[in-house]
Design a protein around this ligand. Sequence first.
Ligand code: SF4
Length: 470
Amino acid sequence: MSMPTYLGMPPFPSAAAAAVHDTQLRHNLTHATHTIRAKRAGAVAELADWEQLRQAAKAIKEHTLANLDSYLLRLEANVTAAGGQVHWAGDAAEANQIVARLVRAAGADKVVKVKSMTTQEIGLNEALAADGIEAIETDLAELIVQLGHDRPSHILVPAIHKNRSEIRDIFRREMPGAPTGLTDEPAELAAAARAHLRQEFLQASVGISGANFAIAETGSLVVVESEGNGRMCVTLPQTLISVVGIEKVLPSWRDLEVFLALLPRSSTAERMNPYTSIWTGVTAADGPRAFHLVLVDNGRTASLGDGTGRQALRCIRCSACLNVCPVYERVGGHAYGSPYPGPIGAIISPQLRGLTSPVDASLPFASTLCGACYEVCPVAINIPEALVHLRAKVSHGISERTVFHLAGPVLASARGLSAAQRLGSVASRVMGRSGQIRRLPPPLSGWTATRDAPAPAAESFRAWWKRTRR
Ligand code: SF4
Protein backbone atom coordinates (compact mmCIF):
# COMPACT_ATOMS: atom_id res chain seq x y z
CA MET A 1 0.00 0.00 0.00
CA SER A 2 2.72 2.48 -0.84
CA MET A 3 2.26 5.99 -2.16
CA PRO A 4 5.77 6.93 -3.27
CA THR A 5 5.02 10.55 -4.21
CA TYR A 6 3.58 11.39 -0.84
CA LEU A 7 5.90 9.43 1.44
CA GLY A 8 7.37 11.41 4.32
CA MET A 9 4.98 14.35 4.08
CA PRO A 10 4.68 16.45 7.29
CA PRO A 11 1.61 16.08 9.54
CA PHE A 12 -1.36 18.28 8.67
CA PRO A 13 -0.86 20.91 11.42
CA SER A 14 2.71 21.72 10.28
CA ALA A 15 1.84 21.70 6.59
CA ALA A 16 -1.28 23.81 7.18
CA ALA A 17 0.59 26.32 9.35
CA ALA A 18 2.98 26.95 6.45
CA ALA A 19 0.23 27.05 3.81
CA VAL A 20 -1.95 29.66 5.53
CA HIS A 21 0.88 32.18 5.27
CA ASP A 22 0.91 31.90 1.45
CA THR A 23 -1.34 34.83 0.55
CA GLN A 24 -1.23 34.13 -3.19
CA LEU A 25 -2.38 30.55 -2.55
CA ARG A 26 -5.23 31.72 -0.33
CA HIS A 27 -6.31 34.29 -2.89
CA ASN A 28 -6.31 31.70 -5.72
CA LEU A 29 -8.20 29.16 -3.62
CA THR A 30 -10.81 31.55 -2.27
CA HIS A 31 -11.60 32.84 -5.73
CA ALA A 32 -11.81 29.36 -7.30
CA THR A 33 -13.74 27.54 -4.55
CA HIS A 34 -16.31 30.32 -4.11
CA THR A 35 -16.96 30.41 -7.85
CA ILE A 36 -17.43 26.63 -8.18
CA ARG A 37 -19.47 26.48 -4.97
CA ALA A 38 -21.99 29.06 -6.17
CA LYS A 39 -22.33 27.45 -9.60
CA ARG A 40 -22.90 24.00 -8.07
CA ALA A 41 -25.62 25.32 -5.79
CA GLY A 42 -27.43 26.76 -8.83
CA ALA A 43 -27.11 23.52 -10.85
CA VAL A 44 -28.36 21.39 -7.95
CA ALA A 45 -31.31 23.70 -7.25
CA GLU A 46 -32.63 22.98 -10.76
CA LEU A 47 -33.53 19.41 -9.77
CA ALA A 48 -36.56 19.06 -7.52
CA ASP A 49 -35.69 15.43 -6.77
CA TRP A 50 -32.04 16.02 -5.84
CA GLU A 51 -32.43 14.52 -2.37
CA GLN A 52 -34.15 11.41 -3.76
CA LEU A 53 -31.36 11.00 -6.34
CA ARG A 54 -28.81 11.36 -3.57
CA GLN A 55 -30.48 8.70 -1.44
CA ALA A 56 -30.80 6.42 -4.48
CA ALA A 57 -27.07 6.77 -5.17
CA LYS A 58 -26.29 5.99 -1.55
CA ALA A 59 -28.49 2.89 -1.66
CA ILE A 60 -26.96 1.64 -4.92
CA LYS A 61 -23.43 2.06 -3.57
CA GLU A 62 -24.30 0.42 -0.26
CA HIS A 63 -25.87 -2.55 -2.03
CA THR A 64 -22.87 -2.87 -4.35
CA LEU A 65 -20.34 -2.69 -1.52
CA ALA A 66 -22.28 -5.32 0.43
CA ASN A 67 -22.08 -7.65 -2.59
CA LEU A 68 -18.77 -6.46 -3.99
CA ASP A 69 -17.28 -9.91 -4.54
CA SER A 70 -20.07 -11.13 -6.80
CA TYR A 71 -20.27 -7.88 -8.80
CA LEU A 72 -16.50 -7.87 -9.36
CA LEU A 73 -16.58 -11.45 -10.63
CA ARG A 74 -19.46 -10.52 -12.93
CA LEU A 75 -17.48 -7.54 -14.21
CA GLU A 76 -14.45 -9.77 -14.85
CA ALA A 77 -16.53 -12.33 -16.74
CA ASN A 78 -18.10 -9.71 -18.99
CA VAL A 79 -14.84 -7.82 -19.68
CA THR A 80 -13.24 -11.13 -20.64
CA ALA A 81 -16.19 -12.13 -22.82
CA ALA A 82 -15.86 -8.81 -24.68
CA GLY A 83 -12.19 -9.49 -25.49
CA GLY A 84 -10.48 -7.68 -22.59
CA GLN A 85 -8.13 -9.06 -19.94
CA VAL A 86 -8.59 -8.51 -16.22
CA HIS A 87 -5.68 -8.28 -13.77
CA TRP A 88 -6.09 -8.19 -9.98
CA ALA A 89 -3.71 -6.03 -7.91
CA GLY A 90 -3.62 -6.36 -4.12
CA ASP A 91 -1.59 -3.19 -3.56
CA ALA A 92 0.04 -0.25 -5.31
CA ALA A 93 3.31 -2.04 -6.01
CA GLU A 94 1.56 -4.96 -7.69
CA ALA A 95 -0.63 -2.65 -9.78
CA ASN A 96 2.40 -0.67 -10.93
CA GLN A 97 4.29 -3.85 -11.86
CA ILE A 98 1.34 -5.12 -13.90
CA VAL A 99 1.02 -1.84 -15.81
CA ALA A 100 4.77 -1.56 -16.49
CA ARG A 101 4.83 -5.15 -17.77
CA LEU A 102 1.87 -4.50 -20.08
CA VAL A 103 3.43 -1.32 -21.47
CA ARG A 104 6.72 -3.11 -22.14
CA ALA A 105 4.85 -6.02 -23.76
CA ALA A 106 3.22 -3.50 -26.12
CA GLY A 107 6.72 -2.33 -27.12
CA ALA A 108 6.25 1.20 -25.75
CA ASP A 109 8.36 3.48 -23.59
CA LYS A 110 5.83 6.31 -23.51
CA VAL A 111 2.13 6.41 -22.58
CA VAL A 112 -0.62 9.04 -22.70
CA LYS A 113 -2.85 9.27 -19.65
CA VAL A 114 -6.38 10.30 -18.83
CA LYS A 115 -6.70 12.08 -15.48
CA SER A 116 -7.03 9.36 -12.85
CA MET A 117 -7.04 9.60 -9.05
CA THR A 118 -6.31 5.88 -8.69
CA THR A 119 -3.07 6.12 -10.68
CA GLN A 120 -2.04 9.05 -8.47
CA GLU A 121 -2.88 7.03 -5.39
CA ILE A 122 -0.60 4.18 -6.46
CA GLY A 123 2.18 6.50 -7.70
CA LEU A 124 2.01 5.04 -11.21
CA ASN A 125 3.88 7.82 -13.01
CA GLU A 126 6.84 7.56 -10.65
CA ALA A 127 6.88 3.76 -10.88
CA LEU A 128 6.79 3.88 -14.69
CA ALA A 129 9.57 6.49 -14.74
CA ALA A 130 11.71 4.19 -12.59
CA ASP A 131 11.14 1.57 -15.28
CA GLY A 132 12.17 3.94 -18.08
CA ILE A 133 8.61 4.64 -19.25
CA GLU A 134 7.44 8.24 -19.69
CA ALA A 135 3.83 9.02 -18.75
CA ILE A 136 2.28 12.12 -20.33
CA GLU A 137 -0.70 13.65 -18.51
CA THR A 138 -3.23 14.95 -21.04
CA ASP A 139 -5.80 16.67 -18.80
CA LEU A 140 -4.93 20.38 -18.98
CA ALA A 141 -4.68 20.90 -15.23
CA GLU A 142 -2.73 17.67 -14.74
CA LEU A 143 -0.39 18.77 -17.55
CA ILE A 144 0.20 22.08 -15.75
CA VAL A 145 1.05 20.20 -12.56
CA GLN A 146 3.32 17.75 -14.38
CA LEU A 147 5.21 20.44 -16.32
CA GLY A 148 5.55 22.48 -13.12
CA HIS A 149 7.10 19.46 -11.25
CA ASP A 150 4.32 20.04 -8.75
CA ARG A 151 1.65 17.99 -6.95
CA PRO A 152 -2.09 18.14 -7.62
CA SER A 153 -4.00 20.06 -4.96
CA HIS A 154 -7.63 19.40 -5.90
CA ILE A 155 -9.47 16.29 -7.13
CA LEU A 156 -11.12 17.95 -10.09
CA VAL A 157 -8.91 20.99 -10.67
CA PRO A 158 -5.41 19.74 -9.79
CA ALA A 159 -3.81 23.14 -10.58
CA ILE A 160 -6.38 25.18 -8.61
CA HIS A 161 -3.51 26.70 -6.62
CA LYS A 162 -2.04 28.30 -9.76
CA ASN A 163 -3.31 31.45 -11.44
CA ARG A 164 -3.09 32.30 -15.14
CA SER A 165 0.23 34.10 -15.04
CA GLU A 166 1.84 31.32 -13.04
CA ILE A 167 0.58 28.82 -15.66
CA ARG A 168 1.94 30.96 -18.50
CA ASP A 169 5.36 30.99 -16.83
CA ILE A 170 5.32 27.19 -16.48
CA PHE A 171 4.38 26.74 -20.17
CA ARG A 172 7.06 29.17 -21.33
CA ARG A 173 9.67 27.45 -19.22
CA GLU A 174 8.76 23.76 -19.60
CA MET A 175 6.54 23.07 -22.60
CA PRO A 176 8.44 22.00 -25.74
CA GLY A 177 7.37 24.22 -28.63
CA ALA A 178 5.48 26.74 -26.50
CA PRO A 179 4.83 29.85 -28.66
CA THR A 180 7.21 32.73 -28.03
CA GLY A 181 5.28 35.64 -26.59
CA LEU A 182 2.67 33.36 -25.02
CA THR A 183 0.35 35.48 -22.86
CA ASP A 184 -1.82 34.49 -19.90
CA GLU A 185 -5.06 34.64 -21.94
CA PRO A 186 -6.96 31.37 -21.28
CA ALA A 187 -7.59 30.79 -24.99
CA GLU A 188 -3.87 31.12 -25.78
CA LEU A 189 -2.86 28.82 -22.94
CA ALA A 190 -5.41 26.19 -24.03
CA ALA A 191 -4.26 26.43 -27.67
CA ALA A 192 -0.62 25.92 -26.65
CA ALA A 193 -1.55 22.85 -24.60
CA ARG A 194 -3.71 21.48 -27.43
CA ALA A 195 -0.90 21.77 -29.99
CA HIS A 196 1.57 20.15 -27.60
CA LEU A 197 -0.76 17.28 -26.69
CA ARG A 198 -1.94 16.60 -30.24
CA GLN A 199 1.54 15.37 -31.13
CA GLU A 200 1.60 13.08 -28.11
CA PHE A 201 -1.81 11.58 -28.94
CA LEU A 202 -0.80 10.83 -32.52
CA GLN A 203 2.45 9.12 -31.50
CA ALA A 204 1.25 7.12 -28.48
CA SER A 205 0.71 3.38 -28.83
CA VAL A 206 -0.46 2.90 -25.22
CA GLY A 207 -3.15 4.84 -23.36
CA ILE A 208 -3.78 4.64 -19.62
CA SER A 209 -7.05 5.60 -17.98
CA GLY A 210 -8.95 5.19 -14.76
CA ALA A 211 -12.73 4.92 -14.76
CA ASN A 212 -15.50 6.75 -12.98
CA PHE A 213 -17.68 3.67 -13.17
CA ALA A 214 -17.41 0.01 -14.24
CA ILE A 215 -20.69 -1.65 -15.22
CA ALA A 216 -20.77 -5.30 -14.12
CA GLU A 217 -23.78 -6.07 -16.32
CA THR A 218 -21.79 -5.72 -19.56
CA GLY A 219 -18.15 -5.21 -18.52
CA SER A 220 -18.24 -1.58 -19.73
CA LEU A 221 -15.99 1.21 -18.43
CA VAL A 222 -17.11 4.84 -18.16
CA VAL A 223 -15.00 8.01 -18.07
CA VAL A 224 -16.62 11.44 -17.74
CA GLU A 225 -14.57 14.51 -18.60
CA SER A 226 -14.72 18.02 -20.00
CA GLU A 227 -11.86 18.44 -22.46
CA GLY A 228 -11.98 15.50 -24.89
CA ASN A 229 -8.45 14.41 -24.02
CA GLY A 230 -9.87 11.31 -22.37
CA ARG A 231 -11.72 10.39 -25.55
CA MET A 232 -8.40 10.64 -27.45
CA CYS A 233 -6.57 8.46 -24.91
CA VAL A 234 -9.14 5.66 -24.91
CA THR A 235 -9.65 5.54 -28.69
CA LEU A 236 -6.38 6.38 -30.49
CA PRO A 237 -3.70 4.08 -28.97
CA GLN A 238 -3.44 0.43 -29.97
CA THR A 239 -3.38 -0.70 -26.33
CA LEU A 240 -5.59 0.65 -23.55
CA ILE A 241 -4.90 -0.07 -19.87
CA SER A 242 -7.54 1.02 -17.34
CA VAL A 243 -6.49 1.14 -13.68
CA VAL A 244 -9.62 1.07 -11.53
CA GLY A 245 -10.33 0.84 -7.79
CA ILE A 246 -12.55 -2.12 -6.96
CA GLU A 247 -15.19 0.17 -5.42
CA LYS A 248 -15.97 1.74 -8.83
CA VAL A 249 -18.17 -1.15 -9.95
CA LEU A 250 -21.90 -0.58 -10.47
CA PRO A 251 -24.31 -3.45 -11.02
CA SER A 252 -26.17 -2.18 -14.11
CA TRP A 253 -26.79 0.56 -16.66
CA ARG A 254 -29.91 1.66 -14.78
CA ASP A 255 -27.68 2.48 -11.82
CA LEU A 256 -25.40 4.56 -14.01
CA GLU A 257 -28.31 6.85 -14.88
CA VAL A 258 -28.51 8.05 -11.27
CA PHE A 259 -24.80 8.84 -11.09
CA LEU A 260 -24.70 10.64 -14.42
CA ALA A 261 -27.36 12.98 -13.02
CA LEU A 262 -25.41 13.61 -9.81
CA LEU A 263 -21.75 13.74 -10.81
CA PRO A 264 -21.58 16.61 -13.36
CA ARG A 265 -23.75 18.95 -11.27
CA SER A 266 -21.69 18.21 -8.16
CA SER A 267 -18.28 18.54 -9.78
CA THR A 268 -18.38 21.11 -12.58
CA ALA A 269 -21.91 22.43 -12.03
CA GLU A 270 -22.89 21.22 -15.49
CA ARG A 271 -26.18 19.50 -16.35
CA MET A 272 -24.14 16.98 -18.33
CA ASN A 273 -20.39 16.83 -18.82
CA PRO A 274 -19.21 17.43 -22.39
CA TYR A 275 -17.61 13.99 -22.92
CA THR A 276 -18.80 10.64 -21.59
CA SER A 277 -16.66 7.82 -23.03
CA ILE A 278 -17.90 4.27 -22.64
CA TRP A 279 -16.11 1.17 -23.94
CA THR A 280 -16.61 -2.56 -23.67
CA GLY A 281 -13.66 -4.85 -24.39
CA VAL A 282 -12.33 -4.51 -27.92
CA THR A 283 -14.21 -4.04 -31.19
CA ALA A 284 -13.00 -5.07 -34.65
CA ALA A 285 -11.68 -2.13 -36.73
CA ASP A 286 -12.49 0.44 -34.05
CA GLY A 287 -10.45 1.69 -31.10
CA PRO A 288 -7.65 -0.15 -29.27
CA ARG A 289 -6.65 -3.67 -30.36
CA ALA A 290 -5.95 -4.73 -26.77
CA PHE A 291 -7.73 -3.77 -23.55
CA HIS A 292 -6.53 -4.51 -20.02
CA LEU A 293 -8.45 -3.77 -16.83
CA VAL A 294 -6.32 -3.63 -13.68
CA LEU A 295 -8.56 -3.87 -10.60
CA VAL A 296 -6.87 -2.33 -7.56
CA ASP A 297 -7.56 -3.10 -3.90
CA ASN A 298 -4.78 -1.16 -2.09
CA GLY A 299 -6.53 -1.00 1.29
CA ARG A 300 -10.12 -0.98 0.07
CA THR A 301 -11.15 -4.39 1.44
CA ALA A 302 -9.70 -3.44 4.83
CA SER A 303 -11.85 -0.29 4.79
CA LEU A 304 -14.85 -2.38 3.76
CA GLY A 305 -14.59 -4.19 7.08
CA ASP A 306 -15.07 -0.94 9.04
CA GLY A 307 -18.80 -0.34 9.48
CA THR A 308 -18.47 3.47 9.80
CA GLY A 309 -15.38 4.13 7.70
CA ARG A 310 -16.53 2.10 4.70
CA GLN A 311 -18.95 4.82 3.62
CA ALA A 312 -15.89 6.61 2.17
CA LEU A 313 -15.89 3.89 -0.51
CA ARG A 314 -19.11 5.41 -1.88
CA CYS A 315 -17.17 8.47 -3.02
CA ILE A 316 -17.48 9.36 -6.72
CA ARG A 317 -14.64 11.94 -6.56
CA CYS A 318 -16.84 14.90 -7.47
CA SER A 319 -14.86 17.28 -5.18
CA ALA A 320 -17.96 19.17 -3.97
CA CYS A 321 -16.83 18.61 -0.37
CA LEU A 322 -13.50 20.33 -1.05
CA ASN A 323 -15.18 23.40 -2.51
CA VAL A 324 -17.30 24.07 0.58
CA CYS A 325 -14.72 23.19 3.23
CA PRO A 326 -13.49 26.19 5.28
CA VAL A 327 -10.28 24.33 6.12
CA TYR A 328 -9.46 23.34 2.53
CA GLU A 329 -10.20 26.89 1.38
CA ARG A 330 -7.48 28.24 3.64
CA VAL A 331 -4.75 25.64 3.37
CA GLY A 332 -5.18 24.09 -0.10
CA GLY A 333 -4.64 20.50 -1.10
CA HIS A 334 -0.92 19.99 -0.52
CA ALA A 335 -1.27 20.24 3.26
CA TYR A 336 -3.18 16.93 3.31
CA GLY A 337 -0.07 14.96 2.26
CA SER A 338 -2.13 12.70 0.04
CA PRO A 339 -3.52 12.62 -3.51
CA TYR A 340 -6.96 12.90 -1.90
CA PRO A 341 -7.21 16.34 -0.27
CA GLY A 342 -10.02 18.05 1.61
CA PRO A 343 -12.74 16.34 3.65
CA ILE A 344 -12.79 13.14 1.59
CA GLY A 345 -8.99 12.96 1.83
CA ALA A 346 -9.19 13.31 5.60
CA ILE A 347 -11.24 10.12 5.84
CA ILE A 348 -10.10 8.02 2.88
CA SER A 349 -6.32 8.41 3.04
CA PRO A 350 -6.01 7.21 6.66
CA GLN A 351 -8.15 4.21 5.77
CA LEU A 352 -6.29 3.23 2.62
CA ARG A 353 -2.84 3.84 4.12
CA GLY A 354 -3.53 3.07 7.80
CA LEU A 355 -3.19 5.40 10.79
CA THR A 356 0.43 4.64 11.59
CA SER A 357 2.24 7.60 9.98
CA PRO A 358 2.13 11.09 11.58
CA VAL A 359 0.42 12.56 8.51
CA ASP A 360 -2.34 9.93 8.40
CA ALA A 361 -2.92 10.13 12.17
CA SER A 362 -3.31 13.91 11.82
CA LEU A 363 -5.80 13.92 8.92
CA PRO A 364 -8.99 13.06 10.86
CA PHE A 365 -8.38 16.25 12.87
CA ALA A 366 -8.12 18.44 9.74
CA SER A 367 -11.73 19.55 10.05
CA THR A 368 -14.01 21.86 12.01
CA LEU A 369 -16.81 19.24 11.82
CA CYS A 370 -19.09 21.98 10.46
CA GLY A 371 -20.90 19.42 8.28
CA ALA A 372 -20.89 21.43 5.03
CA CYS A 373 -19.20 18.47 3.28
CA TYR A 374 -22.01 16.09 4.31
CA GLU A 375 -24.66 18.51 3.05
CA VAL A 376 -23.25 18.69 -0.47
CA CYS A 377 -22.06 15.10 -0.89
CA PRO A 378 -24.07 13.51 -3.75
CA VAL A 379 -23.75 10.04 -2.20
CA ALA A 380 -24.55 11.26 1.33
CA ILE A 381 -21.27 10.26 2.95
CA ASN A 382 -21.46 11.40 6.58
CA ILE A 383 -17.91 12.74 6.62
CA PRO A 384 -18.14 14.29 10.13
CA GLU A 385 -19.26 10.93 11.50
CA ALA A 386 -16.35 9.15 9.82
CA LEU A 387 -13.92 11.84 11.07
CA VAL A 388 -15.04 11.42 14.68
CA HIS A 389 -14.82 7.64 14.28
CA LEU A 390 -11.24 7.89 12.99
CA ARG A 391 -10.31 10.42 15.71
CA ALA A 392 -11.39 7.90 18.34
CA LYS A 393 -9.14 5.30 16.70
CA VAL A 394 -6.18 7.70 16.75
CA SER A 395 -6.79 8.92 20.30
CA HIS A 396 -6.94 5.43 21.85
CA GLY A 397 -7.04 6.04 25.64
CA ILE A 398 -8.48 9.53 25.54
CA SER A 399 -11.35 8.90 23.18
CA GLU A 400 -14.64 10.68 23.75
CA ARG A 401 -15.88 7.47 25.35
CA THR A 402 -13.14 7.75 28.00
CA VAL A 403 -13.85 11.43 28.65
CA PHE A 404 -17.54 10.75 29.20
CA HIS A 405 -16.68 7.73 31.33
CA LEU A 406 -14.65 10.01 33.62
CA ALA A 407 -17.20 12.84 33.57
CA GLY A 408 -20.19 10.56 34.24
CA PRO A 409 -19.90 10.27 38.06
CA VAL A 410 -19.29 14.03 38.40
CA LEU A 411 -22.33 14.96 36.32
CA ALA A 412 -24.50 12.37 38.07
CA SER A 413 -24.38 14.03 41.51
CA ALA A 414 -25.32 17.62 42.47
CA ARG A 415 -22.51 17.70 45.02
CA GLY A 416 -19.95 16.44 42.47
CA LEU A 417 -21.09 19.03 39.92
CA SER A 418 -20.84 21.87 42.48
CA ALA A 419 -17.35 20.78 43.45
CA ALA A 420 -16.29 20.65 39.78
CA GLN A 421 -17.75 24.12 39.18
CA ARG A 422 -15.89 25.56 42.15
CA LEU A 423 -12.71 23.98 40.84
CA GLY A 424 -13.35 25.45 37.39
CA SER A 425 -13.94 28.86 38.89
CA VAL A 426 -10.60 28.75 40.75
CA ALA A 427 -8.84 27.45 37.62
CA SER A 428 -10.30 30.26 35.50
CA ARG A 429 -8.92 32.87 37.91
CA VAL A 430 -5.46 31.30 37.69
CA MET A 431 -5.29 30.25 34.03
CA GLY A 432 -7.77 32.38 32.16
CA ARG A 433 -7.44 35.96 33.31
CA SER A 434 -8.08 37.28 29.80
CA GLY A 435 -11.19 35.15 29.40
CA GLN A 436 -9.22 32.57 27.39
CA ILE A 437 -7.11 29.64 28.56
CA ARG A 438 -4.06 29.44 26.32
CA ARG A 439 -2.56 26.21 27.66
CA LEU A 440 -4.20 23.25 29.39
CA PRO A 441 -2.27 20.42 31.07
CA PRO A 442 -2.21 16.89 29.57
CA PRO A 443 -4.34 15.07 28.53
CA LEU A 444 -6.22 18.23 27.45
CA SER A 445 -3.13 19.95 26.04
CA GLY A 446 -3.99 18.75 22.51
CA TRP A 447 -6.99 21.09 22.52
CA THR A 448 -4.97 24.21 23.34
CA ALA A 449 -2.06 23.29 21.05
CA THR A 450 -3.91 24.90 18.14
CA ARG A 451 -6.66 27.00 19.76
CA ASP A 452 -7.59 28.85 22.95
CA ALA A 453 -10.21 27.46 25.30
CA PRO A 454 -12.78 29.83 26.81
CA ALA A 455 -12.23 30.19 30.57
CA PRO A 456 -15.14 28.92 32.72
CA ALA A 457 -17.33 31.70 34.16
CA ALA A 458 -16.05 32.97 37.51
CA GLU A 459 -19.45 32.22 38.99
CA SER A 460 -21.55 29.19 38.07
CA PHE A 461 -25.22 29.55 37.11
CA ARG A 462 -26.25 27.65 40.23
CA ALA A 463 -24.20 29.96 42.45
CA TRP A 464 -25.60 33.03 40.69
CA TRP A 465 -29.17 31.71 41.09
CA LYS A 466 -28.65 31.04 44.76
CA ARG A 467 -27.12 34.48 45.30
CA THR A 468 -29.73 36.53 43.40
CA ARG A 469 -33.00 34.63 43.98
CA ARG A 470 -33.06 34.33 47.72
S1 SF4 B 1 -16.97 12.63 -0.42
FE1 SF4 B 1 -18.87 13.13 -1.53
S2 SF4 B 1 -18.64 15.34 -2.00
FE2 SF4 B 1 -16.58 14.58 -1.47
S3 SF4 B 1 -15.63 14.00 -3.43
FE3 SF4 B 1 -16.60 12.15 -2.60
S4 SF4 B 1 -18.65 12.10 -3.51
FE4 SF4 B 1 -17.88 14.18 -3.78
